[in-house]
Write a protein that binds this ligand. Structure first.
Ligand SMILES: [Zn+2]
Ligand SMILES: [Zn+2]
Length: 242
């Protein structure tokens, strides 16, 4: 299993970068987790678009889905060129039926996800998060390794059990220590460090980063709570299970 960061900004992308987007691979199977603004372009540094087997969306905020429409056009062009024979599945929750419907297109098909679902070689479990729009954290397992993606959320206790013992925790870190993330539905660096510690994960990535302050401060504040490996998101950052 391999996980790579394609985009990591919250809200909007910085110059030549992207908001939330991750590339998950095992053998020849490739999934995109969230497809934010700028992601479709950055993604092609790592994979050709006709090699994508599916997309999994955490929720319907723009910084996680902005490039879905463009991917639908790309899939249609590939279909017309004979490079894609099946509709591309886009997995998402159905809490917002209207938003879910937009995933159906001539070349893509909206597919509701559920706990214990196998998608290619991966097993997915989901946990509804604390966020203004319905959003789901993901636990992804493959060959006895596990990755947690918190998606967007305020801190809540159930995240600890959900993340228990994970090999990699990819945690949204929208705010600095001392700020209040609860109301906005986001976490601080301190909370993310506490989560990693409480869940006993092996490695922590800080992502969904803010556009203010010194980002290295986020790292230092998380490290006050968690003594394992911590990495600050950057494009191309990759985790492998070997
Ligand atoms: Zn977001
Ligand atoms: Zn959001």
């Amino acid at each position: 299993m391999e996980m790579k960061i394609v985009g990591f900004w919250g809200a909007y992308p910085e110059k030549n970068e992207a908001t939330s987007c991750y590339l998950l691979k095992h053998d020849d199977y490739s999934l995109i987790i969230d497809l934010g603004s700028g992601a479709l372009s950055r993604l092609q540094n790592y994979i050709s678009l006709d090699e994508i087997d599916g997309v999994v969306l955490s929720h319907f905020h723009h910084d996680h889905i902005a490039d879905v429409g463009s991917l639908q056009y790309a899939s249609l062009v590939q279909k017309q060129l004979g490079k894609r024979t099946r509709k591309l599945p886009i997995y998402a929750h159905q809490d917002d039926k209207q938003a879910f419907q937009t995933l159906n297109h001539q070349a893509t098909v909206g597919t509701a996800y559920y706990n214990g679902q196998s998608i290619g070689p991966f097993t997915f479990n989901f946990l509804k998060t604390k966020h203004p729009k319905p959003c789901y954290a993901m636990r992804i397992e493959c060959e006895f390794k596990s990755i947690i993606y918190t998606a967007d959320t305020a801190y809540f206790k159930e995240l600890e059990d959900f993340s228990r013992g994970a090999d990699l925790l990819i945690a949204e870190t929208s705010f600095y220590k001392g700020m209040n993330g609860q109301k906005a539905g986001h976490m601080t660096s301190e909370e993310v460090g506490k989560l990693a510690h409480a869940a006993g994960v092996k490695e922590l990535w800080l992502t969904h980063l803010p556009h203010f302050g010194d980002l290295n401060q986020l790292y230092l504040e998380a490290a006050e709570q968690f003594s394992g490996t911590i990495k600050l998101a950057q494009e191309g950052l990759t985790w492998r299970n070997n």
